[in-house]
Design a protein around this ligand. Structure first.
Ligand code: DGY
Length: 320
């Protein structure tokens, strides 16, 4: 029987053309409109492998409808969109794309700079012909260099942010499930409790995955502990933040600003209260969106699929 891969977003043909001809590829026709669930349910029935993106919800019902499925290969480092427990019960391997997307650290740092130095406001103003003159505190923001950055989630991307922060002579503190002794040594990062991170950071940068422990962790209680001059940056997952609480903290001037690449519901719509605030810089979940990185991510996903359907172990399995 021919092996079948279902791919839920249109990928450039050059990635598909190099797959062995023994594999049948069913690829969704759009690179931005999600594959409808009914289509996915229909296609998955005879699939051996599934390549998903982070907006696909791969739940038990879907996995149970795929008796031949051996692997779900997720085009992201995060995998909160997949019921890994159900996949494990059904002996389906789940893989992600760790280590190839430290470029997210560049975007995170850009977001941090843009938020502190009010670049979004500045760009809008110039484009809308609203720039009148120079004045001493016109668009004056916060300094970045020599400040303290508190990284919540010290995986590969968190560590890459820390090394960028060192170039700005920043003090790096972090909080993580487990201490990262090598990072402490290599980057001079100091491990602190979550509360201390909130209390002492000038920039709280969230890069943590969405888990039971991190869901809603940035709520009003958390924002209240930050300094009024602190900026909150999130390039991890939207659901770690209670967005109404963030709106309140920003409106009450409990914190100075927020730079956000991720939201609870994506795409976020322009009427969302967060987007009405001047001290919010918002991006459309583009942390890993560089051409080189996306190429590596797709190649890794397909490599994992090829290996698993040929009976080998995947390169980057997700562990429960
Ligand atoms: C990931 O890989 O989890 C990112 O959010 C995608 O850019």
């Amino acid at each position: 029987m021919q092996l079948k891969i279902v791919i839920t977003r249109k990928l450039p043909e050059r990635f598909i053309n190099v797959l062995p001809s023994s594999i049948e590829v069913v690829m969704w026709e759009s690179d931005h409109i999600p594959m409808p669930r009914e289509q996915l349910l229909a296609q998955i029935k005879e699939a051996d492998a599934l390549l998903t993106v982070l907006s696909d919800h791969i739940d038990r019902e879907l996995l149970a409808a795929a008796p031949r499925l051996k692997i779900v290969s997720n085009l992201a480092v995060g995998y909160d969109n997949i019921d890994v427990g159900a996949a494990t019960d059904l002996s389906i391997v789940v893989t992600n794309t760790p280590d190839v997307l430290t470029t997210t650290a560049d975007l995170t740092f850009a977001l941090l700079l843009a938020t502190a130095r009010r670049m979004g406001e500045g760009m809008e103003l110039v484009k809308e012909d609203q720039w009148r003159s120079w004045s001493p505190f016109f668009l004056a923001g916060g300094d970045v260099h020599h400040k303290t950055v508190g990284i919540f989630g010290m995986g590969a991307i968190g560590q890459a942010v820390a090394s960028r922060a060192k170039g700005f002579q920043m003090e790096v503190i972090y909080h993580n499930r487990n201490r990262r002794l090598e990072a402490e040594k290599a980057l001079g990062a100091t491990y602190v409790s979550f509360e201390e991170l909130l209390r002492t950071s000038d920039f709280v940068v969230c890069l943590a995955p969405l888990t039971k422990e991190t869901a809603d962790i940035f709520n009003y209680e958390a924002f209240k502990q930050m300094k009024p001059t602190t900026y909150f940056i999130n390039a991890g997952r939207g659901k770690v933040v209670v967005e109404e609480d963030l709106v309140k903290a920003l409106s009450d001037k409990r914190i100075a600003g927020a730079g956000l690449d991720v939201f609870r519901e994506e795409p976020i719509r322009s009427h969302h209260p967060l987007l009405q605030l001047k001290n919010v810089v918002a991006l459309p979940h583009v942390g890993s969106a560089s051409i080189d990185t996306r190429t590596k991510m797709i190649q890794l996903c397909l490599k994992n699929i090829e290996r698993v359907v040929e009976g080998n172990s995947p390169l980057t399995p997700v562990k429960l």
